[in-house]
Write a protein that binds this ligand. Sequence first.
Ligand SMILES: [Zn+2]
Length: 94
Amino acid sequence: MPIYEYRCPECAVFDLMCGMGEAPDSMPCPSCGATSRRKMSAPHLSRAGSAEFRLMDDSKRSAHEPPVVTGLPGQGKNRPVYTANPLHQKLPRP
Ligand SMILES: [Zn+2]
């Protein structure tokens, strides 16, 4: 159910939860009773799919489905590449 905002000319902005398309154009202010007009505002879109939600989903998933590890990290072909500069490949390794 969407939340509509009304601006009271005397007080401030107040919210009204109302069915879609059922919100009246004006409402009496709950504080002073003055006629308040509905305020046009940006919709409060869902944040699902954002980086924040992906991080939370990945954290929950890793708790239940940890990735399978078959060997020590940094060995074999799957050695992580930290740099793209080929000259760094010639540096001494520990
Ligand atoms: Zn008011």
